[in-house]
Design a protein around this ligand. Structure first.
Ligand code: UDP
Length: 328
């Protein structure tokens, strides 16, 4: 079995590459390295079943030979990144998805779209089942990611309906773990890096907003099972254990540095107030549910960032501000 993973040098793409290689697949990893890093796939340098192609998937994707699967994971995925790269984010979700689907059609390959809990926007239904249509502001700063992914789901469903491409759609909820970039800007990496550097943890708003954090090995296992399943409709893969941002800040301070303290910053525009997946569909269809508790996942992630700190690779992470959101 030979598959293409777009975004293979990213956080999730690289872990997914490892998972498929472990199962005997040949993997072509593609990335334009705007948010991905070759460090994430450096361990595969001598792996004969892996090849890396540097390419921007918003341009025609040319892959020689047969393909059994295309997994489309290329996209900036952190609010800091997609607010800095708004046009690229819209293009990779739209043009990139179209190109990846066209490749799947041409090769007769199964297609899996990395979608997101952001399709639910600032949800008015809690927890979120796949049947919920969401509450997204199309013209807000997060709209560039949310609407690109919603378009990608629509395009994927159209290729299934009209071309018969064998599609899968995973809606990924906040995932964390080793290989997150220290400068990623998301809450888990920001808080850990800030605590390690002895700086106040930047809580946006009053910290009562909630998220449900899934450890990367659980996320990847769910995605792997979905790829191998027969399900064409979207499936939530996430951990339903919900925490407020304030609780997360407390937990990380306890684990890393109780003296770090907290700094309060304004809540970003359209920041969802709650988020928690309903995973009934994944449980029933895939026999999947998360296994790694937040404390265990955080400990592994902290170890990873401590290693980077030893190599002097940590600096204060980026935070969202009115200016970085490009408010007008
Ligand atoms: N957040 C925070 N401080 C940070 C980064 C994020 O308080 O330094 C908050 C953010 O406002 C949101 C939650 O943490 O409510 C999760 O943000 P993240 O960027 O990790 O992911 P999102 O779920 O918003 O895509």
């Amino acid at each position: 079995m030979r598959i293409l993973i777009t975004g293979a040098a990213g956080f999730l793409g690289s872990h997914l590459t490892d998972r498929f290689l472990a199962d005997g697949y040949h993997v072509i990893g593609m990335d334009n390295l705007i948010t991905g890093s070759l460090d994430n796939i450096a361990h595969l340098e001598n792996e004969p079943r892996f090849e890396f192609v540097e390419h921007d998937v918003t341009h025609f994707i040319d892959v020689k030979g047969d393909l059994d699967g295309v997994l489309h994971f290329a996209s900036p995925a952190s609010p800091v990144d997609y607010l800095e790269l708004p046009i690229q984010t819209l293009k990779v979700g739209s043009l990139g998805t179209h190109n990846a689907l066209g490749l799947s059609l041409a090769k007769g390959a199964r297609f899996l779209l990395a979608s997101t809990s952001e399709v639910y926007g600032d949800p008015q239904v809690h927890p979120q089942p796949e049947t919920y249509w969401g509450n997204v502001n199309p013209i807000g700063p997060r709209g560039v990611y949310d609407e690109a992914k919603r378009f990608a789901e629509a395009m994927t469903s159209a290729y299934w309906r009209y071309h018969g491409v064998d599609v899968r759609i995973v809606r990924i909820f906040n995932t964390y773990g080793p290989r997150m970039r220290p400068g990623d800007g998301r809450v888990v990496s920001n808080f850990i890096v800030q605590a390690l550097l002895g700086r106040g943890l930047t809580v946006y708003g009053d910290g009562t907003q909630s998220r449900s954090f899934c450890y990367v090995s659980d996320e990847v296992e769910g995605i792997f099972r979905l790829f191998k399943s027969d399900e064409h409709k979207p499936v939530n893969i996430g951990n339903p254990e919900e925490y407020t941002v304030g609780q997360l800040a407390e937990r990380i301070q306890e684990m890393v540095n109780p003296d770090a303290g907290v700094r309060y910053l304004p809540l970003p525009t359209d920041d969802p107030k709650v988020r928690k997946p309903d995973i009934s569909r994944a449980r029933t269809l895939l026999g999947w549910e998360p296994e790694v508790h937040l404390d265990v996942g955080l400990a592994n992630t902290i170890d990873y960032f401590r290693e980077l700190q030893k190599r002097n690779a940590l600096k204060p992470p980026p935070v969202l501000t009115e200016a970085s959101e490009g408010r007008r």
